[in-house]
Design a protein around this ligand. Structure first.
Ligand SMILES: NC(=O)c1ccc[n+]([C@@H]2O[C@H](COP(=O)([O-])OP(=O)(O)OC[C@H]3O[C@@H](n4cnc5c(N)ncnc54)[C@H](OP(=O)(O)O)[C@@H]3O)[C@@H](O)[C@H]2O)c1
Length: 480
């Protein structure tokens, strides 16, 4: 546990930092020009966080000099306009200590323009004002207060500048504890880059309507092993609720453009339900007249005869019928419960309805792929997925019921394994694997996330293949 004085702790950055420090079990002293304000702020803060604070954490408030005297490390989070005056007030109290300076020399109203002071940067002014007995470390300029206040993970890096390597490492350790990745970017004079970066980030936020833009250092450590394959699976946010006749390709394209445009090789996985909905595959059960076969099967399965009539119409044979269970061979060859017919996500506006699979799912996948490829100028694959049970395993997983742009199987026979043995039987059901991976982020229930993008999957491109190859030919059925 360390004690941190936060000079300007009633403000946006200081309060966010205080929250993270206290949550990490440290003692925090909020410093304000008004000691009563600091005490009230600290009390409200402690009460708000009470249930979440570790036992060691303490939050208190004091005037600037008293707060600075109370902490082992002092953090400066005041506006540049108050910089020199604040430093003069805390100078004596911080001698012998580390001072973390987050100040950005912004000169309102032109905060989007870099305006560094004549000394080079605010951090150098801090060092000059506090004298040689203080180890000044500059940090945090590029981390938005809101992001810090959220308490969640932060996808941005902190640039830490300082002349005292030990002090810099102490600050970096503290930042790591708060969940922040940081880089020692050199002597204190280099704080100019981080301070200037704030105006650049303000410009980026304004121009691109971003919130809390940050910086992140890329690259790999020298000599690090080549990275292994990795996969990114992302649900596509911002899609509407779909209904009959909606333009699915346009909606998915708009959502991808607003989120992150697709890249060559991406696989767009779409839940069957939304494809069925836009293709108006919902059938009102009241409009269905069950025949004798449906009535008999319904009695055996203890299900609605109208549903059985639809199952029969959608399948080439019923393979098992037991109370509560109907396993059918769908007219397209897939063997699955209820021939894929589902009522769980259908709007009940006009009465009970059942949703059938698309009439020609491969054609739907192909149309979607061609539309997205034309819009974004990239090569994609599209999979339509449904959650299906497995014959000898519990639990449903995402399965590909249609595909376009890829071979659904990846035939690795003839390749060698690590020991040079030639693979004899390895054929990977890659379309199903991708569908299952995507189903981890596709919302099954109320999430409203019916589309995912899988990036980095290895598959063989095929412009004309559909899902057909994934179906085991009937003559190879081991349990006929
Ligand atoms: N906000 C961010 O996202 C962010 C990110 C990185 C760096 N920074 C830098 O961190 C520093 C603090 O930023 P902030 O956004 O937290 O500032 P802020 O909320 O506007 O102010 C912080 C605190 O400074 C104190 N203060 C002292 N003299 C002041 C004066 N003349 N005018 C206004 N407030 C005064 C106030 O506390 P009392 O009234 O209690 O004394 C105030 O609550 C700035 O240098 C900023 O550039 C900010």
């Amino acid at each position: 546990m360390t004690s941190y004085s936060i000079i300007g702790g009633t403000g946006a950055l200081g309060a966010a930092l205080a929250r993270r420090l206290a949550s990490a079990g440290h003692q925090v002293i909020i410093g304000s020009r008004d000691p009563a304000k600091a005490a009230a702020f600290a009390a409200a803060f402690a009460a708000e966080l009470a249930a979440d604070l570790p036992a060691a954490a303490r939050v208190s408030g004091a005037g600037l000099a008293d707060a600075a005297a109370a902490g082992e490390v002092c953090v400066l989070t005041v506006p540049y306009a108050a910089h020199a005056d604040t430093l003069a007030q805390v100078r004596d109290a911080v001698q012998g200590k580390i001072v973390i300076d987050a100040t950005v020399p912004l000169k309102p109203p032109k905060v989007g323009t870099v305006q560094l002071p004549a000394a080079g940067c605010a951090a150098l002014e801090t060092a000059a004002a506090l004298g040689e007995g203080v180890r000044v470390v500059s940090a945090l300029q590029t981390i938005g207060a809101e992001k810090l206040a959220s308490g969640g993970p932060i996808d941005a890096d902190v640039l830490v500048a300082g002349d005292d390597a030990e002090a810099v490492e102490a600050v970096r350790t503290m930042l790591a504890e708060l969940g922040l990745r940081s880089w020692h970017v050199g002597p204190l004079a280099n704080a100019a880059a981080a301070e200037a970066m704030t105006s650049v980030l303000i410009q980026i936020n304004r121009r691109y309507k971003m919130e809390q833009a940050g910086v992140k250092i890329t690259g790999r450590p020298k000599g690090a092993p080549k990275p292994g394959p990795s996969l990114q699976i992302r649900a596509v946010p911002g899609l509407p609720l779909f209904g009959p006749g909606d333009d699915l390709a346009l909606a998915i394209g708009d959502a991808l453009a607003a989120d992150e445009p697709p890249r060559d090789g991406d696989v767009v996985v779409v839940a069957q339900k939304v494809v069925s909905k836009v293709e108006d595959r919902a059938v009102l059960l009241a409009t269905v007249t069950p025949g004798d076969e449906a009535a008999a099967a319904a009695a055996k399965a203890a299900k609605d005869p109208a549903v059985l009539e639809l199952i029969l119409a959608e399948s080439s044979e019923l393979m098992r019928v037991k109370p509560g269970v109907v396993i059918a061979r769908h007219r397209l060859g897939h063997v699955l419960a209820n021939a894929g017919i589902d009522a769980s996500n259908v709007s009940p506006d006009q009465g009970e309805a059942a949703l059938l699979w698309p009439a020609d799912p491969d054609a739907s996948a192909r149309a979607l792929r061609l539309a997205l490829e034309a819009r974004f100028g990239v090569s994609l694959a599209v999979i339509i997925s449904d959650s299906l049970g497995r014959a000898w395993r519990m639990g449903t997983t995402g399965h590909a019921i249609a595909s376009s742009g890829l071979k659904p199987l990846r035939d690795r026979r003839g390749e060698s394994d690590l020991f040079g043995r030639v693979l004899q039987a390895t054929v990977i059901g890659v379309a199903d694997e991708i569908a299952a991976a995507a189903s981890l982020v596709i919302g099954e229930a109320a999430e409203g996330l019916p589309v995912a993008v899988v990036r980095g999957a290895v598959y063989d491109r095929d412009e004309s293949a559909g899902i057909g190859d994934i179906l085991r030919p009937r003559h190879e059925d081991l349990f006929p």
